[in-house]
Design a protein around this ligand. Structure first.
Ligand code: UD1
Ligand code: CA
Length: 457
């Protein structure tokens, strides 16, 4: 207990599994759901659930994973001898952070919610004071899961792994999700008593239930939603986790005051922020790190990533905002326009077929159709600066580094490689020639030739 009477929780996340079925060079829990590694979802949920300490069990050589979970400490499980063995790999961490509750979660179960974890911790506080609380669920297909065997009083008697179960036990549909809360004072003692005399020859964490009962403690089940405890073992399950997460994120966006015209076609990232009265058209994809202010309209078929969009802006259809796009209030970005690492001031417009990269664009600027900032010479990226109120004519190439001063006008079709002074006109196209009557005599001659050929034929 803490001084204020609140109970304390130490959590261990198991992530040493090989994830063989993913057929991947990447550790399984580093595969992303809604733009964030699965393990990141689990760690964020534990943070929200006000867990005091979180340690992660990783396998040997999983350095990328250990780096990804920082600042959380990692323990290494050198041999993969089962889930109880994995928890015990964190023995030193558990000893160093004694708490009322030891919470065990799996790194490959990314959809678990803080509410469910809170319900499990509350169950530990219930009058029966169970020594173990297990998160159970009723999957559509119970086949691969451990079964929760209840006693006559409806308390949890034991967990039997599918491979070790009798036909009667296999008929039980209530399954083990893997998430467990254990009495922190007794957890290590019970874990040490777990053996490996079973079908897989592994140290099963699930055996802790029977051991706790034999020790005079009780065990309880909290029932969770099957969607929440989906374990990801394959790319197909990864896609299922993605679909469930997208549904959650879309609902959250709409609850926050955004209209998604066809929600099923809008893809969000875990951190997408949409303001009030934002309207998102069909088929829009939000990559990570996007902030959209209030009253923004995002029309169909946009791809937006690492971008900040100010209030009242209109984006798309068919626009691409790449990382570093920072658009102020009322900016208009139209079809087939790409913005990268560029700020656009209030009310500026780039409505058609343009690329604006590595640029600082002032307020009230009009960027004509087909304008390209030529920011790359094959070696280095250079910057384009456009002052307030400037007008860039259609089909202009701005060869960076270059500055167009405030209020300047660049004539259509220009290749601008020298700075343009404020208020000036810059044009680089060849002068137009005009030959009076040339087209009329050309066309008349061609028509006469055609008639002559017909007469001869
Ligand atoms: C486990 C449960 C089963 C439950 C199922 C839910 C046990 C014995 N079985 O089975 O009752 O229905 O989860 O999905 O606990 N891990 C390690 N080191 C190991 C073994 C596993 O870190 O030596 C980690 C894995 O990375 C994974 C988690 O523990 O995150 C679960 O391991 P896994 O082998 O997938 O357990 P299941 O056989 O699915
Ligand atoms: Ca599993």
């Amino acid at each position: 207990m803490q001084a204020d009477g609140k109970s304390t929780t130490t959590a261990v996340v198991l992530a040493a599994g090989l994830g063989t079925r993913m057929k991947s060079d990447l550790a399984k829990v580093l595969h992303k759901v809604a733009g964030r590694p699965m393990i990141g979802h689990v760690l964020a949920t534990l943070d929200t659930a006000a867990v005091d300490q979180v340690g992660v069990v990783v396998g040997e050589g999983m350095d990328a994973l250990a780096a990804a979970v920082q600042p959380h400490p990692t323990a290494i499980q050198t041999k993969r001898l089962g889930t109880a063995h994995a928890v015990l790999a964190a023995r030193d961490f558990i000893r160093a952070h004694p708490a009322d509750d030891l919470l065990v979660v799996f790194g490959d179960t990314p959809l678990i919610t803080p509410e469910t974890l809170a319900a499990m911790l509350a169950a530990r506080r219930s009058p029966a004071r169970p020594g173990v609380v297990v998160l159970g669920f009723e999957p559509a297909n119970p086949a691969p899961y451990g079964r929760l065997i209840l006693d006559g009083d409806g308390a949890l008697a034991s967990i039997v792994e599918a491979k070790d179960a009798t036909p009667e036990q296999l008929a039980v549909t209530l399954c083990n999700s893997g998430v467990m809360v254990i009495d922190g004072a007794r957890a290590l003692d019970w874990l040490d008593r777990i053996g490996n005399d079973n079908a897989k020859g592994e140290y099963y964490l699930t055996d802790i239930v029977a051991i706790a009962r034999a020790d005079g403690a009780t065990a309880a089940v909290v029932i969770g939603d099957a969607d929440e405890v989906l374990g990801v073992n394959s790319r197909i399950e990864l896609a299922e986790a993605e679909a469930i997460t997208q549904r959650r994120l879309r609902a959250h966006a709409m609850e926050g005051g955004a209209t998604l015209i066809d929600p099923d076609t809008v893809y969000l990232s875990w951190d997408t922020q949409l303001g009030r009265d934002v309207v998102v058209g069909p088929n829009v994809v939000f990559g990570p790190d996007v902030r959209i202010a209030d009253n923004v309209e995002i029309r169909a078929f946009c791809h937006i990533e690492g971008a900040t969009v100010g209030p009242g802006a209109v984006i798309g259809p068919f626009a691409r905002l790449r990382p570093g796009a920072d658009l102020a209030e009322g900016v208009h970005i139209g079809n087939f326009v790409e913005i990268k690492a560029a700020t656009l001031g209030a009310g500026s417009k780039a409505n058609h077929l343009s690329y604006v990269g590595d640029s600082i664009v002032g307020a009230g600027v009009n960027i004509g159709a087909g304008t390209i900032t030529c920011n790359y010479d094959g070696h280095v990226k250079s910057r384009t600066v456009i002052g307030d109120g400037a007008f860039i004519g259609s089909n202009t190439a701005l060869v960076a580094p270059v500055t167009v001063g405030a209020g300047a006008i660049v004539g259509a079709g220009s290749a601008i490689s020298k700075n343009v002074a404020a208020g000036a006109l810059a044009v680089t196209r060849a002068e137009q020639k005009e030959v009076k009557g040339w087209a009329d005599s050309f066309n008349a001659k061609r028509r006469k030739d055609k008639q002559d050929r017909k007469k001869e034929g």
